[in-house]
Design a protein around this ligand. Structure first.
Ligand code: DGP
Length: 134
């Protein structure tokens, strides 16, 4: 069954499209964190960015790099958050690869995640485990 984003790509359902090329589409998020919150989506369906092909991801990131500064300027923002949720645990709700571009302004209230304060030993152990598995 086509994802909700594939239905936007095929124009079965409407969206506020801001960019489109042969492989990629970008449209406004229906539930924006800030005005101009945009989703950049490959036309080829995959559940998330880690499962899309490297070529698709490269082009997706090219588009993000191209349009993010424009979105920031167009919304008179001070910066942006670029993010991708991978898996339900991260809050992913649409399982079709996408990247969020969220324009940010000073004082917009979207303060970051709570942070841990690990010891140097804990950081070493974590880094070692990751390095061994890469
Ligand atoms: P995520 O949680 O990372 O999977 O983000 C999915 C986003 O997709 C969420 O912020 C809301 C947005 N969204 C879901 N359905 C639609 C839709 O039909 N149209 C648009 N424009 N955005 C949608």
């Amino acid at each position: 069954m086509p994802s909700i984003f594939s239905k936007i790509i095929s124009r079965e359902i409407p969206a506020h499209i801001v960019y489109e090329d042969e492989n990629t589409i970008a449209f406004l998020d229906i539930n924006p964190v800030n005005p101009g919150h945009t989703l950049v989506v490959p036309k080829e369906e995959a559940p998330n960015i880690l499962e899309s092909s490297p070529e698709v991801v490269r082009h997706l990131l090219d588009v993000v790099q191209k349009i993010a500064p424009v979105i920031v300027r167009a919304t008179e923002s001070d910066g942006c958050t670029i993010t991708a949720n991978i898996g339900e645990a991260s809050g992913q709700s649409v399982f079709h690869t996408h990247i969020h571009i969220i324009p940010r302004k000073y004082g917009d209230g979207h303060i970051g995640w709570s942070q841990l304060n690990p010891s140097s030993n804990e950081l070493s152990q974590t880094a070692q485990k990751i390095k061994e598995m890469i």
